[in-house]
Design a protein around this ligand. Structure first.
Ligand code: ACO
Length: 331
């Protein structure tokens, strides 16, 4: 057992989205909706969708491969591969095992975590604990979601919201220069689980002809209620995590919120009194990619030069569970 030496830090990132683009105009042909409704109510203009045979593990492995390339780390050096997903390719084994095989992380232990949209942030907290405790040096945390596989394309209130994609980060030992994961805050309210769920298809209600005919394997959401709770919870988590980190919002270079709805992002950041220039938004191009949304946004922010080594980030997520949280990270 190694002793704790320093902070854990996010030292590399990667992302992967399918090539296929589905626009709001495409949805006008599938359900009774308009580009105007979707854009004004959500901020989404288009999203990506997996091709036939393209799965959660494939996107995860590609995002992970790019993060390892960014780090210059061979796949064999990854010790732990954590995959956050609400859309596992199979119920058994974990999709992380399939991603491990594709990636060639042959010395890693691999497992999935399930915390819906907050899953990647929860995974970062786990990776942080593993590295700072001295248990491991190289932890790959991936969020990968094939939301198109669990959407009801007859339900206009959910099917227009989500997209497919994956994002990844490598968590390693800090370099002693102040970089690192400074603080994380996580909360769950299981009493509200029914506000966002898939009623059938699990052990409690296996699929039958009846569940299938009633579309109970697909995502159901009480959108208005989830919206209200998301705003309050994300603001609260952000304030708490800033306090734990000993910072104020003015110390933060970029806020990376979960991309569920531009109106949620606007409401949270307005309450936090952070100007738009310090908020990362890409929901217009990808929709809600659940737990992939923050790592995709983080990778884009780095590649666009919006942030780099030393930048102070506030990341926050909210989703099914209900589960939410926030992290303060010095890149
Ligand atoms: N096109 C046209 N009309 C629509 C559509 C659509 N695609 N969807 C709903 N409508 C209609 C509704 O039927 C309703 O009509 P009615 O007034 O005649 O009944 C009207 O638009 C308003 O519906 P609301 O649900 O009140 O619309 P709202 O402004 O709340 O927007 C939305 C809905 C986008 C779902 C919003 O509530 C939201 O973003 N909720 C939170 C989503 C979220 O953050 N989820 C958590 C993360 S996801 C995860 O964890 C996997």
């Amino acid at each position: 057992m190694k002793h704790p030496t320093s902070r854990a830090m996010i030292s590399a990132t990667g992302m992967s989205v399918p090539d296929k683009v589905v626009t709001n105009a495409d949805f006008e042909r599938i359900v009774e909706t308009t580009d105007e409704w979707i854009t004004s109510r959500t901020g989404i203009r288009e999203r990506r969708m997996c091709a036939e045979g393209e799965n959660t593990a494939d996107m995860a492995a590609e995002a992970g491969r790019r993060a390892l390339e960014d780090a210059g780390l061979p796949p064999e050096d990854v010790e732990i591969l954590i995959l956050s997903t609400a859309t596992p390719d199979h119920l058994l084994p974990a999709t992380a095992c399939e991603a491990q095989a594709i990636l060639g992380c042959e010395n890693a232990a691999a497992f999935d975590i399930s915390a819906a949209c907050a899953g990647w942030l929860y995974g970062v907290a786990l990776a942080d604990a593993m590295v700072t405790s001295g248990m491991h040096d190289n932890v790959l945390i991936i969020g990968s979601e094939k939301m198109s596989a669990i959407l009801d394309y007859t339900d206009r209130t959910t099917c227009v919201l989500f997209g497919d994609g994956a994002g990844a980060a490598l968590v390693t030992r800090g370099n002693g220069n102040g970089r690192g994961i400074l603080a994380t805050h996580m909360r769950t309210n299981g009493r509200q689980a029914h506000l966002l769920w898939r009623p059938a298809g699990g052990a409690a209600m296996p699929s039958t002809d009846v569940t299938r005919s009633e579309h109970m394997e697909y995502v159901k959401q009480e959108g208005r209620e989830v919206f209200k709770q998301a705003v309050v919870a994300m603001e609260d988590s952000c304030r708490r995590v800033l306090e734990i980190a000993g910072m104020t919002i003015s110390d933060i270079d970029l806020v990376i919120p979960h991309q569920a709805n531009i109106r949620i992002i606007d409401a949270v950041t307005k309450r936090l009194e952070v100007d738009d220039e310090r908020v990362f938004v890409n929901i217009d191009r990808y929709g809600n990619t659940s737990s992939a949304s923050i790592p995709i946004a983080l990778d884009e922010a780095r590649r666009q030069g919006r942030v780099g080594a030393g930048s102070k980030l506030l990341m926050t997520a909210f989703g099914g569970g209900l589960a939410w949280g926030a992290s303060v990270v010095v890149l």
